[in-house]
Design a protein around this ligand. Sequence first.
Ligand SMILES: NC(=O)c1ccc[n+]([C@@H]2O[C@H](COP(=O)([O-])OP(=O)(O)OC[C@H]3O[C@@H](n4cnc5c(N)ncnc54)[C@H](OP(=O)(O)O)[C@@H]3O)[C@@H](O)[C@H]2O)c1
Length: 318
Amino acid sequence: MTITQDSSAPLVAVVGATGAQGGSVVKALAESNKPYRVRGFTRDSTKPAAQKLVAQGVDVVDVSLVLDNVKNVFKAFEGANMAFLMTAFMVHLDAERETAEGKMMIDAAKAAGVERIVWSGLSNVTKISGGKYTHVVNFDSKALVTDYGRQSGVPFVDVQAGWYASNFMNPGQCPVKRPDGTFAIRLPVTPTASFPIIDAERDYGLYVVHVLEAAVFPDGEEVRTGEYLTMEEIALQLSQATGKQIVIDPMPMDQFEKEMTAMGLPPVLVLDLTDAYSAVGEFGYYGGKASPSVEGLFRTPTSWFEYAKTADWSKVLA
Ligand SMILES: NC(=O)c1ccc[n+]([C@@H]2O[C@H](COP(=O)([O-])OP(=O)(O)OC[C@H]3O[C@@H](n4cnc5c(N)ncnc54)[C@H](OP(=O)(O)O)[C@@H]3O)[C@@H](O)[C@H]2O)c1
């Protein structure tokens, strides 16, 4: 089924349609066997990712989802039947702003009369850790939006994104070459620490569409996504998939902090990352809640092994 213009089909407003999560939601809506009209938001409809959406039949709307543009934000949601909402913390690294913008989107979707909201939240790490880790601000800020959404009166589900498989391509997180030619993943976590790995671009939307299509919308629930693997398993499968020898060589936290600072990361992000790795190691990415389930998804999500096998590692594992 492709995206339709038929006015009898529900209209889904998708925030971040040109990005990983929103793009994945559009992809899954297009893959579903049910018809949808899709409205995708961007700040620049001329960019290639937006034009690709236009070619797929998405109604691409230029709107910046920021507080001083609130009138246009409300207008942008008008007529929508369902909404997928997310926030892009890395754009500004401002937790208060992230929470405020998330709440504004909920207000706008509510004012438009949407019947279902799916929100991309994350756990409240301060709560999960009993106050031990208070600097994972991009998690906590999203959790505050979740609390607000649950009280909004609009049926609301939080679909939490797992740890992106693509993170292992990024500087500071990717395997590094050692003098003997082998590679090491040098993160400040033990080899037994578990991460719910997801190919966000390909698969996050599967979970969102599953929820949007539920016969009984699971109002108030939290959906967790990804394939739980230990760091050891991640390294082993990456080795098997690429033919390179990759091991886990945990970096002491103080060294990690220094390296992130030397890479030019702002202090708020260095603190966020160091507390995040500590908290995931001690309390789990989802705070010890049940592992993600793939039951009912209309397609099996990509496994880490499949991702590792098909991704282009030529720059990372050279
Ligand atoms: N990396 C991970 O492992 C991980 C795991 C879980 C959750 N997360 C969270 O995922 C979020 C990022 O999602 P993503 O990966 O989908 O991001 P992404 O690929 O960087 O895309 C960001 C999207 O947000 C849109 N956007 C940004 N500012 C906007 C604004 N002012 N108005 C309208 N649209 C705006 C962008 O649209 P245009 O540029 O086209 O305007 C783009 O579509 C972050 O909040 C992060 O904390 C990440």
